[in-house]
Design a protein around this ligand. Structure first.
Ligand code: AHM
Ligand code: MG
Length: 358
């Protein structure tokens, strides 16, 4: 044989979506939204990869976003890319982004009206050093009828219900503020030494790696399962002095296994949730961003960071918890609400929770 035929059989994200559609797991509208997100991720991967060369590093000069954080050029670009791809899918009704103050309605949708929440470029403080970053997203079905949404997409504009701005904004917020357990789809794309899209449609977790030569995401991780235990913990220990007693005791115990009768751990912390979570998913262990004296609910946002990641963790047999409750059960009251996040291997997250129970 001159070559192995199977070498040229690519099982792409598109093939996978079509197959899931044939199985009745998703409809074509939802598949279209996921495809448009994958296109956004490819564009962001390209922008991130060339950022140093095409002077896309550094701050945008737009001032602070609604989180009070300075926007990087790539934050703004990634948000525009995401918004454009979703708008062009014609299947998205309302979007909520880390980079937008309020949810935004998308110009007349053909059908579908899905709600998409996303953080277009998470961990962007790492970007100028060429360290891993990622995009995180979640898709919901609209919870209430928004009537005629006809807000023309403009990043600062809100959606319109019968020309009434207040009513429209309220409809957008109600649609977006859903508990994570309502998520239909969650995923992220890690931009790193290779670019990996990890996805769940509520039936297991799949990973697709971008083949740069053919420009397609190819199925590389079939039904990912997070190991039940792991020996890596991933916390920003610079915040130790501000943590509460249960969290401090927990951390002390990880570091002094002999005293507590446990096993030795390794510390790994990139400061990029997508990278830290992806490693946790594949190798096992725990990623944690607890609340502290300065930020009662930690740093991470419920809607477009903690809920999608927790959905993925659970679908892979792991857990996502605040330490006291399941993340997917929390009913958001605000779009940019923060919650503590402990996520990863089931036994490791339960171990953290045990310090609150005792
Ligand atoms: P961002 O959305 O502004 O990028 O912030 C989220 C990031 C996460 O990726 C990461 O896990 C966390 O912030 C790191 O925070 P810290 O620098 O406080 O450790
Ligand atoms: Mg973020």
């Amino acid at each position: 044989e001159v070559y192995n035929k199977s070498q040229f059989e690519l099982y792409t994200l598109t093939t996978w979506l079509l197959q899931e559609q044939r199985k009745g797991k998703i409809d074509s509208e939802l598949a279209t939204v996921i495809s448009s997100i994958s296109l956004a991720c490819k564009q962001i991967a390209a922008a991130v990869g060339r950022s140093g060369i095409s002077s896309l590093t550094g701050v945008a000069g737009t001032g602070e976003n609604v989180q009070g954080e300075e926007q990087k050029k790539l934050d703004v670009i990634s948000n525009d890319i995401f918004c454009n791809c979703l708008r062009m899918s014609g299947r998205t009704g309302v979007i909520a982004s880390e980079e937008e103050a309020t949810p935004v309605a998308v110009e007349e949708t053909d059908s579908g009206n899905y709600i998409v929440v996303f953080d277009p470029l998470d961990g962007s403080s790492n970007i100028d050093a060429g360290i891993s970053v990622g995009s995180i997203f979640g898709i919901y079905e609209p919870s209430i009828s928004v009537g005629s949404i006809f807000g023309i997409y403009e990043p600062s504009e809100t959606c319109m219900v019968d020309g009434d701005l207040d009513q429209s904004l309220e409809a957008c917020i109600t649609n977006v503020c859903q508990p994570g357990k309502n998520l239909l789809v969650a995923g992220y794309c890690l931009y790193s030494s290779c670019h990996t899209m990890v996805l769940t449609i509520g039936d297991g977790v799949y990973g697709f790696t971008l083949d740069p030569y053919v420009g397609e995401f190819v199925l590389t991780h079939n039904r990912i399962q997070v190991p039940e235990v792991g020996k890596i913990y991933s916390f920003n220990e610079g915040n130790y002095a501000m943590w509460d007693e249960p969290t401090k005791k927990y951390m002390d115990s990880l570091k002094d296994p002999a005293k507590w009768g446990g096993k030795p751990y390794s510390a790994r912390y990139i400061g990029s949730l997508v990278g830290d979570f992806h490693r946790t998913l594949l190798y096992g262990g725990i990623y944690g961003y607890p609340g502290d004296a300065k930020n009662k609910n930690g740093k991470l946002r419920l809607l477009y960071e903690c809920a999608p990641m927790s959905f993925i963790a659970e679908q892979a047999g792991g857990m996502g918890s605040t330490g006291k409750e399941r993340v997917l059960d929390i009913q958001p009251t605000e779009v940019h609400q923060r919650v503590p996040l402990m996520i990863g291997s089931k036994k490791e997250v339960e171990y953290y929770e045990s310090f609150y129970k005792n």
